[in-house]
Design a protein around this ligand. Structure first.
Ligand SMILES: Cc1cc2nc3c(=O)[nH]c(=O)nc-3n(C[C@H](O)[C@H](O)[C@H](O)COP(=O)(O)O)c2cc1C
Length: 361
């Protein structure tokens, strides 16, 4: 089976082509990774590659309850518990570094959320005590943009000190990088807004800064050309993301591009329905991870057709810590429990069963 074939990713030898997709689980009170998280990730160490949940690069970069950070020495030490546990279990793990931009609330940090332009997201902010209207974000000045890029760089350095195997830049799902990329959320008139090459500037400067902190092929970038999560709208997403994939290809030296699979163009002027993974494959020549709605069969089929090199599984990895083994022996898969995705302590987190030895042959 292609899903169970080995793959060489930079200096890492992946035992299979399964990627545990990044998933926020809100179990880091105080913003510091902990033993419970170490147990959760170590249980999933047989994935070819684990990508951590989104981890905020600064105070104002946080948008949800009890998400972990990656900018202080305490946070570095918390992550070391996780990376050491994953490595001891034979696994490999990248940190997903994250800035939510306008998808935040002063409830979390006492600060006004920041964004490329002063446009609040649609809907309400998730707050433990009940939803609140989003605040109008502060539009970053050029010098504040430079500071934010330095925060990404610093987080990348902390990730390295925390013994991660690499970092993934979270450029997807309507968070700050996506806010800069898209015409609906970026209405700047300076060098960071307007034409596509200007809207791309923030992504590319962050990518170069993060790559400076790491060796070749240790930095991945995640993008979500399809969908409009968190109000991420664009006049012509096919054109925007074509330019983004081409620019990332020109930079060279990335570990991978990671695409959230969904049709693109449904909110574009001509309603083109372009497959995000196919678009990335046609313009980016390096390793491609595709995630989004895959079952075992459809993931296998995508590899067979060479649409992607690695397949990310999100919800299946929540419920199946030994997903690779279950695929190998064609075992039944556990069903994920949505009610414990974003809270619940050990429940729905470290208590999904792995196969018993007798079931593995
Ligand atoms: C509970 C949960 C939390 C998520 N958190 C993140 C996150 O922190 N960063 C991210 O890029 N995507 C996040 N996602 C999206 C997943 O990485 C993935 O793209 C999505 O679940 C679709 O894959 P699936 O159909 O295999 O679950 C999250 C998804 C779920 C279900």
């Amino acid at each position: 089976m292609h899903l169970l074939e080995r793959y060489t990713l930079g200096r890492l030898r992946l035992p299979n082509r399964l990627v545990m997709a990044p998933m926020t689980r809100n179990r880091a009170p105080g913003g510091v990774a902990n033993d419970r998280m170490a147990a959760y990730y170590a249980q999933r160490a047989s994935a070819g590659l684990i990508i951590s949940e989104g981890t905020q690069i600064s105070r104002v970069a946080q948008g949800y309850q009890d998400t972990p950070g990656i900018y202080t020495t305490d946070q570095r030490d918390g992550w070391r518990i996780v990376t050491d546990a994953v490595h001891a279990a034979g696994g490999r793990i990248f940190a997903q570094i994250w800035h939510v931009g306008r998808v935040s609330h002063s409830f979390y940090h006492g600060l006004t959320p920041v964004a490329p332009s002063p446009i609040p997201p649609p809907g309400k902010a998730y707050i433990p005590t009940g939803p609140l209207p989003y605040e109008t974000p502060h539009a970053l000045s050029v010098s504040e943009i430079q500071e934010t890029i330095e925060q990404f760089r610093h987080a990348a350095a902390i990730a390295r000190a925390a013994r991660f195997d690499g970092v993934e830049i979270h450029g997807a799902n309507g968070y700050i990088i996506d806010q800069f990329l898209r015409s609906g959320t970026n209405q700047r008139t300076d060098e960071y807004g307007g034409p596509i090459e200007n809207r791309l500037r923030f992504l590319l400067e962050v990518t170069r800064a993060v790559m400076d902190e790491w060796e070749e092929r240790c930095v991945g970038v995640r993008l979500s050309p399809g969908g409009t999560t968190n109000g991420a709208v664009d006049n012509d997403p096919v054109a925007t993301f074509s330019a983004a994939f081409s620019a990332l290809d020109r930079i060279g030296g990335l570990a991978y591009v990671h695409v959230v699979e969904a049709p693109i163009g449904t909110n574009g002027p001509d309603e083109r329905a372009v497959c995000a993974t196919e678009l990335a494959r046609s313009l980016y020549s390096g390793t491609l991870i595709s995630t989004g709605g895959y079952a075992v069969e459809s993931g296998e089929h995508a590899l067979e057709r060479r649409c992607a090199d690695l397949i990310g599984f999100g919800r299946l990895y929540i419920a199946n810590p030994d997903l690779a083994e279950r695929i190998r022996v064609n075992a039944t898969l556990n069903e994920p429990d949505r009610s414990t995705f974003y809270s619940g302590g050990d429940r729905g987190y470290v208590d999904y069963p792995s196969l018993a030895p007798a079931e593995r042959s």
